[in-house]
Design a protein around this ligand. Sequence first.
Ligand code: SF4
Length: 58
Amino acid sequence: MKVTVTDDCISCGACESICDAVFSIEDKAVVNEAAVAGNEDCVKEAADACPVSAIVVE
Ligand code: SF4
């Protein structure tokens, strides 16, 4: 699973709240790629919850 955050991110913090092992908020959300394996379920949940659909899961 490859996870990226687009420039549409508005730094709302929702993804970090849902899946803080993978997402952290700096200027915008950043992905800890090493933590994606094993956290796929909350990554998908965060992607669904993102208000601007900025989380791309491939
Ligand atoms: S939920 Fe979406 S808009 Fe909010 S911080 Fe995460 S990537 Fe950015």
